[in-house]
Each structure stands twice: as C-alpha cells, then as structure tokens.
Design a protein around this ligand. Sequence first.
Ligand SMILES: *[C@@H]1O[C@H](CO)[C@@H](O)[C@H](O)[C@H]1NC(C)=O
Length: 223
Amino acid sequence: MKTTNPMLLNLLLAFTLLMSRVKPDPDPLQDYCISPPPPPSDHQHIFLNGILCKDPTQATVSDFTTTALSKPGNTRVNPFMINVTLTTITNLPGINTMGLTMARIDFDASGVVPPHVHPRASEVTVCLDGVLLVGFVDTSGRVFTQELHPGETFVFPKGLVHFLYNMDSVSSALAVSGLNSQNPGTQFVSLVNFDSKIVEEVLERVYQINGRDVAKIRKILGE
Ligand SMILES: *[C@@H]1O[C@H](CO)[C@@H](O)[C@H](O)[C@H]1NC(C)=O
C-alpha cells in the first residue's frame, strides 16, 4: 500500500481547520424563523442566543419587507453629521436567524462615521451618492483607504476598526451596507473611551492628558 504524503495531510488538516473558522451566524434549520412581536410584559425571563420563532403558518409577506431604509435619517442631531438606519428583527422580523443586517448611512456635508468596530460582522458598503473616503486598520496597524464614488463597493473585515467620511464639504452623501450578522454590534473607539464609565484617571494616564482635557473631549463628543 502506498503511504499518504504527510505534507498533503497536514495541508488538508490546516485547510479544514481554517474553513471551520470562517463562519457567519449559524445557518437556520428551517426556511425562516420570524421573530414574534414582543410579549405584553417587557420583562424578559428567558435569554437565548437568538430570538424565538413565530409559528411558520402565521407568516405573512409583511414579515419579509420593511420601509425602514426608505427615508433618510436626521443627520443634524449628532456632532458627526451622519445617521445610520438599520434593519432589525423588530422592523424586519423575517431576518431573524438569517445572519444579515442592512444599513442605510446618510451623510451631511463633511459627515463622518467615526472609527468603530463590529465585533460580530464583516461589512460590505456600496456608495450610492456622493464621494466617500472609507478605510480600515488591520491588527498590524496597516491602513487601507479608498475613495468611493457612486456604485463602488468596499469591504470591511469583521472586528477591524473602520470609518466612512463624506469628503464633500457642500453636498450630502448616501451609502448602503450589508453586514453578515443580525446583531453586528458597534463600538465607536472614541465613545468607548470617553463616553463610558472608564475611570477618568485611566484616560488621563493613557492619553497623557488632564481632567480638563477629558471634560473637553467629552463635551466635543456631545456628552
Ligand atoms: C437618526 O434619525 C432618526 C430619524 O430621523 C432620529 O430619530 C435619530 O435621533 C437619529 N439618530 C442619530 C444617532 O442621529
């Protein structure tokens, strides 16, 4: 009998291990799992990794459609001059367990989505209107940036710090993103630092600033 090439075996093993690690949210075991409306009492008793399913015979087409992304969000209520509108299991119950979220991102002139991460999703963005400067930083500190014009697309790998910026100081811009989790999670780097309950002394030490600087940055960030 011929002996199997150990190198080939090792390669196969490495490949299998790698493939088992690139998974989005778990696949549904049914056609769909529409999240039912919340119970009258808003006190949740059971905590699951996901949301319960509505009886499939009660599914209607409205469970699979939403107008949530049809209107621009108000970009004037936060200092970054942007507004992100998301599909959720509330406005689009049929998306439950599909491992998907869509986002509409409205930018006022010079609007910016500050550096942030999605711990549970990669994101692919299409610029629909205007000119955007987008980019991410990998774990070695390398920065990848690109100018996006209408119809052009960029992908942000899962968990990496990224940003989107409307380079135009006069016109607004619009982008749409898809994320491969129904609960991508978002952490803005600046807000995690300055709009959290992190002890001020830690911030002073890390950024080599004093209490007045901390207060000033918090005020700039709208706190
Ligand atoms: C986004 O826009 C909506 C509706 O226009 C508004 O209610 C909301 O406060 C805005 N959110 C942010 C974070 O600016």
